[in-house]
Write a protein that binds this ligand. Structure first.
Ligand SMILES: Cc1ncc(COP(=O)(O)O)c(C=O)c1O
Length: 443
C-alpha cells in the first residue's frame, strides 16, 4: 500500500484522513456550532505520551500537545493514578466547600510560581483567568483612586474569547461583535523585533506612550498592564529590555503587571513560567492549558494584598477548584519536578531550535524566521497571498505522514510537542516537516 508507514514512533495503515473521518465531520457539523470547527481532519480515538491514535488505529507523533496543554504527556500515568484515586474515593466535586486536595495543590502551585507569589485561586478556562486578572487590577486601581481604571494591553496579543478578554486582545476583527470599545482599555503597538531595528526599546516604548499621554495621566488613570508572555501565533517574544523598561514604568506609576502565561506556563519554555525569561517578577500570573495536563483547570496567582481584594465569596466559580482538577494540577506539578521537565525542556528546546534554524537556512526563499524558547516554536513564512492555503497544505501533508503540527491560520505553523517527547521522535517529526517544506515550497 502506498500510504503505509511504520517506524518506532508512527504507524500509518490507511489513507489519511482515515475512513470514517468525513462521516464524523458531517454528523458533528449538523449538530454543533461551526465555531468549533476548522482544524485539520483527524478524528482522535486516544492519545498517550507523545502519540495520538485516530479512529482507524493510525499512530501520529504529536507536535501540538492538543494546543500546548499536555505538557506532561497525554494520559500521563501519574495523572491517571490521581484521577482514579479521586474517582475510587467518590470525590468528584465540592463547589467552594473546602477540601484537603485543594489546600495541598494551591500550596504547591504558589511555591511553583516563584518568589513574590503568595495566593492563588482556581477556575476552569484560560479566558476566565485573564478576566479575573482584569477585575483584580481594577479593584486595585479603584482602591487607590476612583478613576484609576485603565488597562494597557498590546496590539496583536490574545487573551481569550469572553468579553473582557476580547477587549484586552489586540485583534480588532475578532472583537467587532462587542459593538463598543471600553475607553479605559488602551493598546500599545507591539515591539516586534523588526520595528526595533531603528529605535531602541526605550525610545520605542516612550514614543508609543506619547499618544496616550495626551489623554491620560498614567499614575492617576492606569491600574494594570496585561502582557501575553509571547504573541501566540508566532511565538514572538518582546525584547527583554522592553519588558524591563515596562516593569520599571509600572512600579513608578503604581501600575500592576499581569502576565498571560496560558501557553508559556508549566515548563513549556524551559522555565517554570515564561516571565522568568525576562528576569522580572509580575504582580499576577494568569495560567491554564498545561496547568491541568488535559483536565480543565486555570487560575490566577499573585500577592496576598491583590488576591484578597475581592470581597469574601465574590470571586469564585461553580466548578473551580474541584477535586478532579486539583488532583490533575498536583500530578502536573509533581511530574514537572520528578521528570526534571524544566531542565529537560531547555535541552530539547535547543535541539528543536537548532534543527528549525537549519531548515530555515535551507529554505530561506520561503521562511522568514524561527521564533521559540524551550519546546514551543513557530516557523514564520514569507507572506504572500497564498500562504495560508499553502500552510494548510503543509499541515495536512505532515498529517498524512503521521505528524500533527499546529495550523495557526496565519503565515506561521507552530510546534509544541509534549515535554516528555523522546529525542528520537522529536527528530523524526522535524525530518517530516523539513521534507514537506522542501517539497511544497520548491514546487
Ligand atoms: C495566550 C492565551 N490567553 C488566553 C487563552 C484562552 O484560554 P482558554 O481557551 O482556555 O479560554 C488562550 C488560549 O488559546 C491563550 O493562548
Amino acid at each position: 500500500m502506498k500510504f503505509y508507514i511504520k517506524t518506532r514512533n508512527r504507524l500509518i495503515k490507511t489513507k489519511i484522513p482515515a475512513p470514517g473521518t468525513g462521516n464524523l465531520v458531517k454528523k458533528l457539523s449538523k449538530i454543533e456550532s461551526r465555531s468549533m470547527h476548522g482544524q485539520v481532519p483527524i478524528a482522535w480515538e486516544k492519545a498517550e505520551n507523545f502519540n495520538i491514535y485516530d479512529i482507524a488505529g493510525n499512530k501520529f507523533i504529536d507536535f501540538t500537545s492538543t494546543i500546548f496543554v499536555t505538557n506532561i504527556g497525554h494520559a500521563n500515568p501519574r495523572l491517571l493514578k490521581y484521577l482514579s484515586r479521586a474517582i475510587k474515593k467518590k470525590f468528584i466535586h465540592s463547589y467552594a466547600y473546602i477540601n484537603r486536595v485543594r489546600e495541598k495543590y494551591i500550596k504547591e502551585l504558589v511555591k511553583f510560581a516563584g518568589k513574590g507569589f503568595e495566593k492563588a485561586f482556581l477556575m476552569s478556562a484560560g479566558t476566565e483567568a485573564t478576566e479575573a486578572a482584569l477585575k483584580l487590577m481594577r479593584l486595585y486601581g479603584q482602591k487607590l483612586k476612583k478613576r484609576k481604571l485603565g488597562i494597557i494591553c498590546f496590539e496583536g496579543n490574545w487573551h481569550g474569547r469572553t468579553l473582557g478578554a476580547q477587549m484586552m486582545s489586540g485583534n480588532k476583527e475578532q472583537k467587532k461583535w462587542i459593538g463598543y470599545h471600553d475607553k479605559n482599555i488602551h493598546h500599545l503597538p507591539f515591539p516586534y523585533p523588526e520595528k526595533l531595528k531603528e529605535k531602541n526599546s526605550e525610545k520605542f516604548f516612550k514614543d508609543s506612550l506619547k499618544k496616550l499621554q495626551r489623554k491620560i495621566d498614567f499614575k492617576k488613570d492606569i491600574c494594570g498592564v496585561m502582557v501575553e508572555t509571547f504573541q501566540g501565533w508566532g511565538a514572538v517574544y518582546y525584547p527583554k529590555k522592553y519588558i524591563r523598561i515596562l516593569s520599571k514604568f509600572c512600579k513608578k506609576n503604581k501600575i500592576l503587571i499581569a502576565f498571560d502565561e496560558m501557553q508559556s506556563g508549566f515548563a513549556r519554555t524551559g522555565y517554570s513560567f515564561g516571565y522568568k525569561y525576562y528576569n522580572i517578577i509580575p504582580d499576577l500570573i494568569c495560567c491554564g492549558k498545561g496547568m491541568g495536563g488535559g483536565i480543565a483547570l486555570s487560575g490566577v496567582i499573585g500577592k496576598k494584598k491583590i488576591m484578597d481584594l475581592p470581597e469574601v465569596g465574590n470571586m469564585s466559580s461553580t466548578n473551580s477548584a474541584n477535586p478532579i482538577a486539583c488532583n490533575a494540577g498536583l500530578a502536573v506539578l509533581e511530574e514537572i519536578k520528578i521528570k526534571k521537565l524544566i531542565k529537560n525542556t531547555k535541552i530539547k528546546g535547543k535541539i528543536l531550535l537548532k534543527a528549525l534554524n537549519e531548515i530555515k537556512d535551507n529554505n530561506s526563499h520561503s521562511i522568514e524566521k524561527i521564533n521559540g524558547e524551550g519546546l514551543i516554536a513557530a516557523i514564520i513564512f514569507k507572506k504572500n497571498k497564498n500562504i495560508k492555503l499553502k500552510l494548510r497544505e503543509l499541515v495536512e501533508k505532515c498529517m498524512s505522514e503521521g505528524l500533527l503540527i499546529v495550523y495557526t491560520g496565519r503565515e506561521s505553523v507552530k510546534i509544541g510537542p509534549p515535554l516528555t517527547i523522546s529525542k528520537d521522535a522529536l527528530l523524526e517529526g522535524i525530518k517530516i516537516l523539513e521534507n514537506n517544506i522542501r517539497i511544497l515550497f520548491n514546487k
